[in-house]
Design a protein around this ligand. Structure first.
Ligand SMILES: *Cc1c(COP(=O)(O)O)cnc(C)c1O
Length: 261
């Protein structure tokens, strides 16, 4: 009960932060989507947040994500069976949307292509090509963002800004994926001016990539995935269309749950 109340408060607080940032930026409040990053939290947390109206969830680690997606869909289908006739199209429309946001090994692309709606962390053509080849025919194209390394640290993932246009042109040609935009995870800093400068650099690169795409691909290219719990306001000021928020919703992650690869 207590945990549910805290989750509701956190959710309302994050939605309010996004609304106020949109207002400050002179942007419509529905121009930014919240992606709830549920890594390190169980399926029960995802279901509790989805009961409050959240649809889009982000995961970093493949095996953890696959287990959670299966557990959520089992739980939701038994809930739907219990509702009988109520479980119609409206229930299907409220289906959870899963976004993969972690590093991708090229031998692990198949389950990502089969179980996710979006991938934010494409940094190599080979991975994008495999995702396209492995996307099942019955599903809509997989929505992709290219991850860009905007702060230039050797340890961080993402294509170098100079490589983004060439990668985007290659990804836009693939049949079973749709190139939607760019994603970045800038180095954390409390310096708001620096936060904004990095997000602004990503936005500028986004415009250059879009100008290089053919008209149809340019229309699909509408997403800037940037901003997390600590810096979402700066990201919204600079044009984010998806903010990826974990700890501000679910609380601090256990320190033991770090990336394994
Ligand atoms: C963990 C993570 C987030 C969320 O970070 P918080 O600081 O908990 O909001 C966002 N994006 C990516 C890629 C992440 O790995």
């Amino acid at each position: 009960m207590n945990g549910d109340r805290a989750l509701r408060q956190n959710y309302e607080q994050v939605l309010k932060r996004i609304r106020e940032a949109c207002e400050a930026a002179g942007r419509p409040p529905d121009s930014v989507r919240l992606l709830a990053v549920s890594k390190a939290f169980p399926a029960a947390s995802v279901l509790a947040l989805s009961a409050l109206g959240q649809r889009a969830f982000g995961e970093n680690y493949l095996q953890e994500a696959l287990d959670k997606i299966a557990a959520c869909s089992d739980e939701r289908s038994s809930a739907a069976a219990g509702r009988g006739a109520e479980a119609g199209p409206a229930w299907e429309l409220s289906r959870l949307e899963w976004h993969f946001i972690g590093p991708i090994q090229s031998n692990k692309t198949r389950p990502i292509a089969e179980h996710f709606d979006w991938v934010h962390s494409v940094e190599r053509e080979k991975v994008a090509r495999r995702l396209s080849e492995q996307r099942p025919d019955g599903l809509p194209p997989l929505e992709l963002c290219i991850q860009v390394n905007v702060s230039g640290e050797a340890s961080k993932s993402g294509v170098a800004p100079e490589g983004a246009i060439a990668l985007a042109l290659a990804v836009a040609e693939l049949p079973r994926v749709r190139l939607r935009g760019l994603m970045a995870i800038p180095e954390p800093t409390d310096d708001v001016a620096l936060q904004r400068a990095r997000f602004a650099a990503l936005k500028k690169l986004f415009e250059r990539v879009r100008a290089a795409l053919d008209p149809q691909a340019a229309r699909d290219f509408d997403t800037l995935s940037m901003g997390m719990s600590a810096d979402l306001e700066s990201a919204v000021m600079e044009g984010a269309t998806i903010v990826r928020v974990g700890s501000a919703l679910f609380g601090a992650r256990p320190a033991t749950l770090r990336p394994s690869t």
